[in-house]
Design a binder for this molecule. Structure first.
Ligand SMILES: [Zn+2]
Length: 224
């Protein structure tokens, strides 16, 4: 099977007319390939290979995957407090009494939260903003969970740590949040180690640890 029938160029060949869509998107195989090819990092060719692998190993591949997807779809939800994904709401992190409730780490997405949790460098709680501000892409404060952040920061938080990406949008967002919480608590940003354009979920544990240790004050606190 070739992955690109259109390259053969013959209009008399139905497969060639359909290009790489060897299967109709209306049938089960074509639909599976189409859905898999929407996943990040999977092109049509990889999606086709994966579909074939799953379909030829039903017991070891396809059926456990179907069960896992179904279970995740039914049980995983957004935590109403922090925006994490978990099978509980509030999530396990928000319910963990061993954590320092005075520290709140603000991240752009759940991927950053999970990366920080995996590294074990932070033992407070989190707040998922849901992105960054971007005038260019029409993302204003209303598209981020800033109201929830302000409410939580007022509760018992002494320091909000901004673990946002080192991009123009990330820095714009950091300054917006720092202004928003100026009269509420200290707001700090991660220090050394975060390369330009990088986000926390790309950093190794040692660099994350150094970035947390060297964080600097952005607003709030004495004299600011
Ligand atoms: Zn939570």
């Amino acid at each position: 099977m070739t992955d690109n029938g259109a390259a053969n160029g013959s209009d008399k060949n139905p497969a060639a007319r359909r290009g790489s869509n060897f299967f109709s998107e209306d049938d089960a195989i074509g639909n599976l390939i189409r859905m898999l090819s929407r996943l990040p990092g999977l092109g049509r060719r990889s999606a086709t290979r994966l579909a074939l692998r799953l379909l030829t190993d039903r017991e070891g591949g396809l059926e456990p995957l179907v069960r896992a997807l179904s279970e995740a779809s039914e049980s995983v939800r957004l935590c109403g407090e922090c925006g994490n994904l978990d099978v509980r709401d509030p999530c396990g992190i928000c319910l963990d009494n061993e954590r320092d409730t005075g520290l709140l780490c603000v991240v752009e997405g759940v991927d950053d939260l999970w990366a920080l949790e995996r590294s074990g460098v932070f033992h407070g709680r989190y707040h998922v903003l849901g992105g960054t501000l971007s005038a260019l892409d029409g993302r204003d404060p209303g598209s981020l969970s800033v109201d929830g952040l302000r409410r939580r920061a007022r509760a018992e938080v002494r320091e909000v740590i901004l673990a946002l990406s080192a991009t123009v949008e990330g820095q714009t967002t950091a300054h917006y949040v720092a202004d928003l919480l100026r009269d509420v608590c200290e707001v700090t940003v991660l220090g050394q180690g975060l390369p330009v354009g990088g986000s926390p979920n790309y950093l190794d544990d040692g660099t994350l640890f150094a970035a947390f240790r060297s964080r600097s004050l952005l607003s709030g606190g004495a004299g600011l």
